[in-house]
Design a protein around this ligand. Structure first.
Ligand code: GUN
Ligand code: ZN
Length: 435
């Protein structure tokens, strides 16, 4: 058994923090250690206690004075959009048609997909993200590249071959049958291999015919344990066109409900402009609204009412994500900075404890993977991020006046990026040095 002791300041959440003073919601060890064995956390706590459990001569890695947290989790990304980031468009549909769809056509080439996959995982790890849920392109070759690279790096990843059979260039279309068959092939080839999770991925209602939605429904019925990911209510023009395409549905959310696509493992990207009825429907189904703040600001899509959705009588489950490449940063720290500002504009507060909960345990709960990732609980996978709140002169100067943990977290969120990530561990292995 290969053991190592990783020492530093440990922070892990027990539940969602209710306020800035909710110290019961997390555990914090100012001189803590994790004992890692065979890729998992074998023990966590104060250094002396954990060291006593380790074998004599155990390898020790000392990250003091840095913080050690569970690795960040990103619940909505597009792996084929790395070269779409920073595309100048007026809105979502123009951005998709002008830049995104043409770029995704390139992923029919396995070589291109493999090259971008290597860059994709490099960026995740550089930014301290150890798990993500991502859309591949319509081509099975893109899903093969995505999961092969995850397997190589030992990462826990959710992903899916996109299903789309209309309203896009020919090179980006499948058919209901192809979408079904190729998704099944991706499941057979990759689901459960290493730490890979295949998601059923109809892109959104605009690019799927009713026939393809039925194919997605058949997959959801056949594989009820799989994640489902799609987009919902991101932009007003998108909503209007979607409802025109499905006139029999009550609203956008009802389209997915009619095809049996709303469940506890359904991740709905954006979900900004929901009616009360739609929010009730999501709440009852236990589906997750995935907030993508940098993308929503970049594309001018709208201000996601996160706090309102969370405190409704029928609360909606919420997760956070970068939405690369509509989003403009791979960093979950940058993402939460923008999430904070969106809540400010809505007259709401998002405190830094909540932000760090959301990036770790909250997103793990949203993915129904909290037994494996998102905390520092013994028995879970040793996916970790090591954070320095003073990596730049400006942050170092600000740190001089910081006295509390929430203040330090808030600085990390407000000014931090990949420079704050000292190290990223995947299943107990340090990854940053190799990228
Ligand atoms: N809706 C459908 N496809 C996409 C996409 O690739 N990005 C975003 N932001 N929204 C979408
Ligand atoms: Zn998206």
């Amino acid at each position: 058994m290969t053991e190592k002791l990783i020492r530093g300041r440990l922070l892990s959440f027990r539940r969602a923090p209710q306020s800035l003073t909710d110290t019961e919601s997390y555990s914090y060890e100012s001189d803590g250690a994790l004992l890692v064995a065979d890729g998992k956390i074998a023990a966590a706590g104060d250094y002396a206690t954990v060291k006593a459990k380790a074998a004599d001569g155990v390898e020790e890695i000392d990250h003091r004075p840095y913080l050690i947290l569970p690795g960040f989790i990103d619940t909505h990304m597009h792996f084929p959009q790395m070269q779409v980031i920073a595309s100048y468009a007026a809105n979502l549909l123009e951005w998709l048609n002008t830049y995104t769809f043409p770029e995704e056509c390139r992923f029919v080439e396995s070589e291109h997909a493999a090259r971008i996959a290597a860059h994709f995982y490099d960026e995740l790890l550089r930014h301290g993200t150890t798990t993500a849920a991502a859309y591949c392109s319509v081509h099975k070759s893109s899903a093969d590249a995505y999961f092969a690279e995850a397997l190589k790096r030992g990462m826990c990843m959710v992903g899916g071959k996109v299903m789309m059979d209309r309203n896009a260039p020919q090179g980006l279309l499948d058919t209901p049958e192809m979408g079904y068959d190729e998704t099944r092939a991706v499941i057979a080839d990759w689901h459960g291999k290493g730490r890979n999770h295949v998601a059923i991925t109809p892109r959104f209602a605009i690019t799927s015919t009713p026939g393809q939605m039925k194919a997605a429904q058949a997959l959801a019925e056949e594989f009820p344990d799989l994640h489902i990911q799609t987009h919902l209510s991101e932009n007003h023009e998108e909503i209007r066109y979607t409802c025109e395409l499905y006139p029999e549905a009550t609203d956008y959310t009802d389209i997915y409900a009619r095809y049996g696509l709303l469940g506890k493992k359904t991740l709905l990207g954006h979900a900004i402009h929901l009616s009360d009825r739609e929010a009730d429907a999501l709440s009852e189904a236990g589906s997750v609204a995935v907030h993508c703040p940098t993308s929503n600001l970049f594309l001018g899509s709208g201000l996601f009412p996160m706090k309102t959705l969370m405190r409704r009588e029928k609360p909606v489950r919420v997760a956070v994500a970068t939405d690369i490449g509509g989003g403009s940063s791979y960093s979950m720290l940058r993402t939460m900075d923008e999430a904070y500002k969106i809540q400010q504009l809505l007259g709401e507060r998002l405190n830094p404890l909540e932000s760090f909960y959301l990036m770790t345990r909250g997103n793990a709960e949203a993915l129904s993977l909290v037994d494996q990732i998102g905390t520092l609980e013994p028995g879970t996978d040793a996916d970790l991020v090591v954070l320095d709140a003073a990596p730049t002169p400006a942050m170092k100067l600000r740190m001089e006046t910081i006295k509390t943990l929430p203040e330090e977290l808030f600085l990390l969120q407000t000014m931090g990026d990949d420079r704050a990530v000292v190290e990223t561990y995947v299943a107990g292995s340090a990854m940053k040095e190799s990228i």
